[in-house]
Write a protein that binds this ligand. Structure first.
Ligand SMILES: C[S@@+](CC[C@H](N)C(=O)[O-])C[C@H]1O[C@@H](n2cnc3c(N)ncnc32)[C@H](O)[C@@H]1O
Length: 231
């Protein structure tokens, strides 16, 4: 069973998402357990202070190292430990696969202006970003990581939800999908999908996956072409 630990200023953010849909079902099926702890529980002053002003001056507050260190120690968390961070390396499918195969994953959520750098350095945490934008806190990013990881656990999703054809599994974006009705507001489903010819359908889907990846994600396309060349 995978244990996912989350250290956050806002444990309440996780209550509903972790009960809902695939994340909730995976928990009910004992594929994963969640331990969400409040950063403020690891403070020792009357005001449960977690932040202080930055050394060197400047606006905003920085989360102190002590509460994160004490929370991780209380959880007896082992690697991988992730600090969600806008300046982190981009989180990707490969990370999700790696985390889904580990026995434990610990996610540290920042807030305010920043987190003291000694948290990442001293806890050996990987700094990961979910995209080139800035969130107010690490909580939505942690939920993205949890969702991407848990759906990869064997048994977490049924065949009808089919993970294997999803974007990024084979380095390409997935082809578009259609369902009934065959025509809607003047927009028709591509004929090939109604043809019943499975070979043609597979070829159309493969061509669409390549076209969309080439058009929308030249970065992925270049990597895909390089990998194809090797293989
Ligand atoms: C307001 S942000 C701090 C941004 C930081 N001053 C910077 O410029 O990199 C507060 C917290 O939100 C989280 N966060 C913000 N953007 C993120 C992103 N793109 N990916 C992951 N976490 C993010 C981090 O935990 C961060 O410590």
């Amino acid at each position: 069973m995978l244990t996912i630990n989350v250290v956050t200023l806002f444990p309440e953010v996780f209550a509903e998402p972790l009960k809902t849909s695939i994340l909730g079902r995976a928990h009910a099926a004992d594929l994963v357990r969640y331990r969400v702890v409040a950063l403020r529980d690891y403070t020792h002053d009357r005001h449960h202070t977690v932040d202080d002003s930055p050394y060197g001056g400047g606006a905003g507050m920085v989360i102190k190292p002590e509460p994160f260190f004490e929370a991780v120690e209380a959880l007896a968390a082992s690697a991988p430990i992730v600090l969600l961070s806008a300046r982190g390396r981009l989180f990707g499918h490969g990370d999700a696969v790696r985390f889904s195969m580990a026995p434990e994953l610990t996610l540290l959520c920042g807030h305010y202006k920043d987190v003291d750098q000694r948290v990442a350095d001293g806890l050996g945490a990987e700094e990961l970003s979910i995209g080139d934008f800035v969130l107010s806190g690490g909580e939505p990013a942690a939920l993205c990581v949890i969702d991407a990881v848990v759906r990869l656990l064997p048994g977490a999703i049924g065949d009808h939800e089919s993970a294997a054809g999803d974007s990024h599994y084979d380095g390409l974006l997935s082809p578009p999908s259609y369902t009934r009705p065959p025509a809607y507001r003047g927009m028709a489903v591509p004929d090939v999908l109604l043809s019943g010819d499975h070979q043609k359908i597979a070829a159309w889907r493969a061509a669409e996956a390549e076209r969309l990846t080439r058009e929308r994600r030249p970065d992925l396309w270049a990597r895909y072409e390089a990998d194809e060349g090797k293989g």
